[in-house]
Design a protein around this ligand. Structure first.
Ligand code: NAD
Ligand code: UD1
Length: 339
């Protein structure tokens, strides 16, 4: 069990795709998830993709120290990838305590349990949201961090804590991965993203309009200082992101210390470009109307991904058309997600 990797939040959107990439790379994912935003049915889908048994999975909370101690005692864990967390910006403004509890306290409990068990290799899910409104794009890792909401601050607090931990004693190998906008699904169409309720994010909303579950997309602002007036983001295919985790894991297993990396494509796409690409991929119309700007939105930003390329040899290989085609395959085959 030398290659066992504990994947907290491994039943979720990015975690499940990373389990596919881990298995393909010869690692054995061990999922820990409390299913607060996931379905256990994803396990059977992962088995179908791999053609083997479902990954081992523990139903539990990352804040449960006694459980973590048992997991590390019973399994020979080589490294941890920590996805478990809450991620809705609006909810974090309404209920900051639960965000700091799950995201910050959860990470502290995990790091302490790892330390006690002598497991010191950790890959952490951070976010480009730690940059807040950037001075310019592309954004390098050295850009100032000034998150604008509790969710973003919870990510930055964990980044800083893990940095301090890494500096406090030898042996830690920690990668902080700042994702830009993860979208798309595994090419099989068997796993993907299915937000509960009305989606906040663009790609799930567009998918639900295309499949006929929602009547139209409201474009949040058509008067931004961008080429077509709509917001620009760096959308990155979730399987590219998953492969980025495997590359970061391999690097961390071989190198001590702290690594902070952007995972993005380095290219921005506007809302209207995404909508047009989705219509092309799905063959379905996506009716839209231009509405007011969404409070708190940044007009445009995209990553400088050159450090990940130089350090890990990783770069995103899939383009916007792949992201839309794979989202559509998942959405059209599973209009109600895993239900
Ligand atoms: P997700 O909600 O699909 O996955 C998170 C998983 O963690 C879920 O399966 C959920 O059930 C589980 N979980 C939550 N709290 C838990 C707890 N206390 N104990 C155990 N499991 C718990 O979200 P995702 O999009 O896959 O995001 C994964 C990580 O990446 C999160 O930390 C998120 O903040 C970060 N991230 C996501 C995005 C994005 O756009 N999706 C962008 C940047 C960073
Ligand atoms: C949001 C979060 C960010 C998080 C990211 C994850 C906010 C303020 N930011 O970022 O912290 O890391 O999701 O992917 O919530 N759009 C529409 N109509 C819609 C939905 C979105 O026009 O119905 C536009 C937005 O205005 C934006 C773009 O689509 O220009 C992308 O939006 P979204 O998917 O929500 O991502 P971010 O705003 O980048």
């Amino acid at each position: 069990m030398k290659n066992c990797v504990l994947v907290t939040g491994g039943a979720g959107y990015i975690g499940s795709h990373t389990c596919v990439a881990l298995a393909a790379a010869g690692f054995e994912p061990l999922i820990l998830d409390n299913y607060c935003n996931a379905s256990p049915k994803v396990l059977e889908r992962l088995a179908r993709i791999s053609g083997g048994p479902a990954p081992r999975a523990i139903d539990g909370d990352v804040r449960d120290r006694a459980l973590l101690d048992r997991v590390f005692a019973e399994h020979s864990v080589a490294a941890v990838i920590h996805f478990a967390g809450l991620k809705a910006v609006g909810d974090s403004v309404a209920d900051p305590l639960s965000y700091y509890d799950t995201n910050v306290h959860g990470s502290l409990v995990l790091a302490a349990a790892m330390r006690a068990a002598g497991v010191r290799t950790l890959i952490f899910s951070s976010s480009a949201t730690v940059y807040g409104e950037p001075d310019h794009s592309p954004i390098p890792e050295s850009a100032p961090t000034r998150p604008a909401n509790p969710y973003g601050r919870s990510k930055l607090m964990v980044e800083e804590t893990l940095g301090d931990l890494c500096r406090s004693e030898a042996g830690w190998r920690i990668a902080l991965l700042r994702y830009f906008n993860p979208v798309g699904a595994h090419e099989s169409g068997l796993i993907g993203e299915h937000p509960q309720g009305k989606p906040n994010n663009l790609m799930p909303f567009v998918s639900q309009v295309a499949v006929g579950q929602r009547t139209q997309l409201t474009v949040h602002g058509g008067d931004y200082p961008t080429p077509d007036g709509t917001g620009v983001r760096d959308y990155v295919h979730v399987m590219d992101l998953a492969e980025g985790h495997v590359a970061a894991l391999r690097h961390a297993l071989a190198h001590e210390g702290l690594l902070t990396l952007n995972l993005g494509t380095g290219r921005g796409a506007s809302v209207l470009e995404v909508v047009t690409a989705f219509e092309r991929a799905s063959g379905k119309p996506v009716p839209r109307t231009i509405g007011p700007r969404r409070p708190g939105d940044v007009p445009a930003y995209w990553a400088d991904p050159s450090a990940a390329r130089a350090t890990l040899g990783w770069e995103a290989r899939r383009g916007l058309d792949d992201m839309c085609a794979d989202s559509w395959r998942w959405q059209s085959a599973n209009p109600n997600g895993y239900a």
